[in-house]
Design a protein around this ligand. Sequence first.
Ligand SMILES: C[S@@+](CC[C@H](N)C(=O)[O-])C[C@H]1O[C@@H](n2cnc3c(N)ncnc32)[C@H](O)[C@@H]1O
Length: 219
Amino acid sequence: MRLDVFTLVPHAFGWLTEQRPLAGILGEELELRLLSYRDYTSLRAGQVDDEPYGGGAGLVLRVDVVAAAFDAVYGGVPEHRVLALTPQGRQLTQEVVEELAGEERLTLLSSRSEGFDERVVAHLASDAISIGPYVLSGGELPAMVLLDAIARRLPGALGSEESGLEESFSAELEGGLEYPHYTRPAEFRGWSVPDVLLSGDHGRIAEWRREQSRARTVH
Ligand SMILES: C[S@@+](CC[C@H](N)C(=O)[O-])C[C@H]1O[C@@H](n2cnc3c(N)ncnc32)[C@H](O)[C@@H]1O
């Protein structure tokens, strides 16, 4: 996948790109570019946003700045999906992540302050995505959430010791929640690990896990 993120704070992504799963697939399954709107604006002093028409607090990311960035990077509005990150968008779920992980190319647009000039969402983006019904100060964290969720669905992202199949919301668990995990010690302050997990009977363990997953999902 080739994925571009437009942001005002490219360096914010440094930590994420040094961690697995991203670090393991960068330059291979994932070609990532972190692009700053400021590098493409023709306005003085790197200006990218402006006061809202009609008045009000905050600044709005300018449509001409985003369009100029697209012209420079893609030669116009790209044909692939462009996701504007906004609390007003379609809510992110694992189903949406699976859908996006199947794309060959994606562009994420983040904003700060009051958000995008509406014409960015209407004419330059193909989708609007929200990571949840709450408001953050900028689109960098939402972009990182999306980036991480997509990256772990790409081939080679997860090591053999991590299961990307039997996870919460996966088809393997019928879209439900994952079963509980335990590790050593088997007994701690009187809190015991369920006997079945110590039995070595893989058939019974699998059955117990399915039951636990279903029971958790019902609530
Ligand atoms: C303070 S928010 C703007 C909120 C906007 N004025 C509103 O009320 O809908 C600034 C930016 O943070 C990002 N953002 C904040 N919350 C988000 C969320 N839940 N999902 C996706 N992006 C979000 C978006 O890029 C947004 O443009």
